[in-house]
Write a protein that binds this ligand. Structure first.
Ligand code: DP6
Length: 360
C-alpha cells in the first residue's frame, strides 16, 4: 500500500533531454458507482468497474527540456490539430500533479491525443484521456528514476489519473478494478485503483458491454457539479453505506458467477445513481424517454429468453448493456432488431472487458 507521501519523489538519478511516448488507455464502466467526493478527489464511497477494451484514448507525449520559467509549457493537439479549448483542463491537471512530478516545468510538452470512439458520441473521454496522459508522465518519470518498481509505476499512474478525473484511476489496469478503501478488499485505497484481488468466475471472461448511444449531446450536468450534489444530500450517508454493502456482495458474486444476483446489484446501482440526481437540489433527470424504453425492452427480453443481460448507466442517457460472451450473437440480434431504433442515428458501440493501459 502506498500513502500520498510515497508519490512525492526525492531526487532523480538520471536525466533526459527529449523524447516521446505513446500510451493508450481504455474507458471503464462502473458496476458500483462513484458519486460524491471529498477534498482532493477522495471518493465518498468505494467503486468497482470493468475496464473496457475498444473505447480508448491514445495519447502521444513529446517532451523537450527547456529553461524552467516557473510556468507550464505545453501544446495540445486533438487528432493532430491544435485544440485550445481542452487546454484549461490540462493546465489544471498539471497544477494538481506538479507536487508529485516536480520535473514538469523543466520541459515543453506536446500532447497529441485521439479517441477510438466518435468525439460526439457522448462517451466521456475524461477517464481514458486522463489515464493515458498519466501513463505517459509515468514513463517519463521512469526515465528519470529507472529503479522504480512496476507496482509503484502503475499505482502512481492511477493516483495521478485520479487527480485528473476520479474514474480515470480505474482505467490504468484491467479487468476488474476497485477504487476506494473497502474493509474486505485487501490493498484497496482511496488514492488509486487496484486490480480486484480475488477469484473471478469464468462467466465474466470476455464479458460484453454494448453501449447504446441514446443522447450524444453535451452533458447536462458536469461530473463536478454532480458530485457536489452529494454534499448535504438527504440520502448521502445511506447511499455511501449501500455502496460498501453492494461491493461486499459482489465479492461473493464474482466468485460464484451468480448472474441473477449480479444483475440485481448492477441495475440497482445504476438506478440509485440516477435517483441521487433526481433527489438532490437542484434536481436533474438525465435519462431520456428512450433510456426507459431500452430498460423496459431489456427486462422483457430477459424475462422471455432467460438470457442474463442487464443494463447500467453513467451520469447521462446512454445505456450500457452487459452480458456474458456466450450470448453475444443472440443479444446483438436483439439489439439490432429492437433497441437500435431508440439510439440517436441508430448508433451503438460494441465493447468488452479489457486489460488496461498499453504502451505502443
Ligand atoms: C457516474 O470520474 O467523471 O461515471 O472525479 O469529477 O472527474 P470527476 O468525476 P468522474 O465521475 C464519474 C461518475 C460516474 C460513476 C463512476 O464511473 O463510478
Amino acid at each position: 500500500m502506498f500513502e500520498v507521501d510515497h508519490f512525492i519523489p526525492l531526487e532523480y538519478n538520471n536525466s533526459i533531454d527529449q523524447g516521446s511516448f505513446s500510451w493508450s488507455a481504455p474507458s471503464n464502466i462502473a458496476l458500483v458507482k462513484y458519486w460524491g467526493k471529498k477534498e482532493n478527489q477522495i471518493p465518498a464511497n468505494p467503486s468497482v468497474s470493468f475496464t473496457l477494451n475498444n473505447c480508448k484514448t491514445i495519447t502521444t507525449l513529446a517532451f523537450a527540456k527547456r529553461q524552467n520559467d516557473g510556468n507550464f509549457s505545453f501544446d495540445l493537439l486533438f487528432e493532430g490539430k491544435s485544440k485550445e479549448d481542452f487546454k484549461p483542463k490540462i493546465q489544471k491537471f498539471l497544477e494538481r500533479v506538479e507536487r508529485y512530478l516536480p520535473f514538469l516545468k523543466d520541459y515543453h510538452f506536446t500532447i497529441d491525443t485521439q479517441n477510438t470512439f466518435p468525439h460526439s458520441s457522448g462517451i466521456a473521454s475524461s477517464a481514458s484521456g486522463m489515464a493515458a496522459l498519466a501513463m505517459n508522465f509515468m514513463s517519463l518519470e521512469k526515465k528519470l528514476n529507472p529503479a522504480m518498481t512496476d507496482d509503484y509505476f502503475y499505482s502512481k499512474a492511477s493516483f495521478l489519473a485520479r487527480l485528473g478525473s476520479g474514474s480515470a484511476c480505474r482505467s490504468v489496469k484491467g479487468q476488474v478494478v476497485v477504487w476506494g478503501s473497502q474493509a474486505n478488499i485487501k490493498g484497496s485505497s482511496d488514492l488509486y485503483g487496484v486490480e480486484y484481488p480475488y477469484t473471478i468466475h469464468s462467466v465474466f471472461k470476455n464479458y460484453q458491454d454494448t453501449i447504446l448511444l441514446v443522447d450524444k449531446g453535451e452533458k447536462q450536468v458536469s461530473s463536478t457539479v454532480g458530485h457536489d450534489l452529494m454534499h448535504n444530500h438527504p440520502f448521502a450517508e445511506t447511499r455511501f453505506a449501500q455502496a460498501h454493502t453492494n461491493l461486499d456482495q459482489l465479492i461473493t458474486i464474482f466468485e460464484s458467477g451468480n448472474l441473477e444476483e449480479f444483475i440485481k446489484i448492477v441495475e440497482s446501482e445504476a438506478l440509485t445513481l440516477h435517483a441521487m440526481m433526481m433527489t438532490s437540489l437542484p434536481y436533474f433527470i438525465l435519462m431520456k424517454p428512450n433510456t426507459l424504453q431500452i430498460i423496459n425492452a431489456i427486462w422483457k427480453f430477459r424475462n422471455e429468453t432467460k438470457i442474463p443481460i442487464c443494463f447500467t448507466l453513467d451520469a447521462g442517457a446512454n445505456v450500457h448493456v452487459l452480458y456474458p460472451n456466450e450470448y453475444k450473437e443472440k443479444v446483438l440480434q436483439f439489439i439490432t432488431a429492437e433497441l437500435v431504433g431508440y439510439c440517436q442515428n441508430g448508433q451503438y458501440l460494441c465493447d468488452e472487458i479489457g486489460n488496461g493501459a498499453l504502451l505502443s
